[in-house]
Design a protein around this ligand. Structure first.
Ligand SMILES: Cc1cc2nc3c(=O)[nH]c(=O)nc-3n(C[C@H](O)[C@H](O)[C@H](O)COP(=O)(O)O)c2cc1C
Length: 157
């Protein structure tokens, strides 16, 4: 059985929903998946065949819980395939996507020891509201496809 940990950071909950969608897609492929807030994960991180780390971008920065998770478990993560994803942008414009992609690249530059098997950028979403228009650029089909690609690349299916 393939064991996958999906560790996420979030402020408003929309990244948790993506982490759960990744878990749903991986479970459908036959994996056993645990979804946990990155800050709640207790190591050592042994026994995982793949670890997915997801976090939103805020003001150009990747959520600090993701950075902390990577730094804290660096030694363990060296020994297992790691895939990462970011959330953003908020506007569906080419320039905004490019900027978010650069922000995520810069964030990953801060972890030069890490070579992710895949890096995803899934679009941002406003927190749910009762009234008014809520931006939500998340593409659930693309998230499922990304998950299946990651499983194939990391040899876990
Ligand atoms: C105040 C604010 C600042 C944001 N800044 C960025 C940003 O710099 N780059 C980006 O790509 N997305 C940015 N976003 C979009 C968030 O990453 C997106 O809304 C994400 O889905 C939020 O995740 P969460 O609900 O898990 O906290 C910002 C959102 C807010 C509300």
């Amino acid at each position: 059985m393939t064991n996958i940990l999906v560790a996420y950071a979030t402020k408003n909950g929309t990244t948790r929903e993506v982490a759960e969608a990744v878990a749903t897609a991986a479970t459908a492929e036959g994996a056993q998946v645990q979804v946990q807030p990155a800050r709640a994960v207790r190591g050592p991180l042994t026994g995982w065949d793949l670890i997915v780390v997801g976090a939103p971008l805020y003001s150009g920065r990747w959520h600090r819980d993701a950075h902390r998770f990577l730094a804290r478990y660096r030694d363990d993560l060296d020994a297992v395939p790691v895939a990462v994803f970011g959330m953003g942008p908020r506007r569906d414009e080419q320039e905004a996507w490019l900027r978010s992609s650069e922000q995520l690249d810069r964030a990953l530059d801060r972890q030069p020891w890490l070579t992710p098997v895949a890096v995803g950028l899934f679009g941002g979403a406003d927190r749910p509201r009762r009234r008014g228009i809520r931006a939500d650029l998340r593409d659930w089909a693309a998230i499922g496809e990304w998950t299946r690609k990651v499983l194939a690349i990391s040899g876990t299916v």
